[in-house]
Design a protein around this ligand. Structure first.
Ligand SMILES: CC(C)(COP(=O)(O)OP(=O)(O)OC[C@H]1O[C@@H](n2cnc3c(N)ncnc32)[C@H](O)[C@@H]1OP(=O)(O)O)[C@@H](O)C(=O)NCCC(=O)NCCS
Length: 183
């Protein structure tokens, strides 16, 4: 009897989906669920948070629920932006993580925290863990950050995770600085 058709082909293993991200001293990083919709709306509608992101604010909690429910990345590439949960209180205080940008063919570090949590090193803590996850677990060799030139705080976070400026890109119709770290 012959071999069944395709028997020579290696069985494809299912892609890992990293809905649980890294844990840090103060934070748990995990995929958001629709239970996070109110917190996600509070974050993404806050003018001080959105001002230098280049993105429009979310219009409602319902829009936040929809955005979370239809967020494809954990199913399509296996990783994405994680919600940041402050261990001390259990509150969802922002997001941080890695996103595959198909148009640039790069993996991008991004983060956003509610203003009351700024200035405590939390974005740096979440970002360092995300970059280490990208290199150690996802085996990436390069991670970029895109930032508006006037976003001094964000540029400082990118520098603190070891990134260096590497030119400009037009992204979403805006001029952004491109930061890079390589393994
Ligand atoms: C950018 C952001 C995530 C920084 O969060 P954070 O938790 O306050 O950052 P950290 O406490 O880890 O600070 C990292 C460094 O940046 C500096 N920094 C943070 N905000 C700053 C600001 N507005 N101006 C100057 N320096 C700033 C800190 O002093 C620190 O540097 P140091 O250790 O040398 O003192 C936060 O301001 C935010 O959510 N902004 C709105 C969303 C946004 O713009 N996201 C990035 C889009 S590219």
């Amino acid at each position: 009897m012959g071999h069944p058709a395709g028997a020579h082909l290696k069985v494809q293993t299912a892609m890992e989906s990293y809905r649980t991200g890294p844990e840090t001293t103060r934070l748990i990083l995990r995929a958001m669920t629709i239970d996070d919709a109110a917190a996600f709306y509070a974050l993404n509608s806050h003018p001080d948070v959105m001002r230098l992101t280049g993105e429009p604010p979310l219009a409602s909690v319902e829009a936040a629920r929809e955005a979370i429910a239809t967020y494809p990345d954990f199913d399509t590439v296996g990783y994405g932006r994680w919600g940041c949960v402050l261990k001390e209180t259990g509150a969802m205080i922002g997001f941080c993580g890695l996103k595959y940008l198909a148009d640039l063919e790069e993996v991008d570090l991004g983060y956003r925290l509610l203003p009351e949590y700024w200035g405590r090193g939390l974005a740096t803590e979440a970002s360092l863990a995300s970059v280490a996850f990208g290199f150690d677990t996802l085996k990436l060799t390069r991670i970029i950050g895109l930032v508006l030139p006037e976003n001094i705080g964000s540029i400082r976070v990118l520098e603190k995770v070891g990134m260096r400026e590497a030119g400009e890109v037009a992204y979403d119709g805006q001029r952004a600085l491109r930061y890079v770290v390589e393994r």
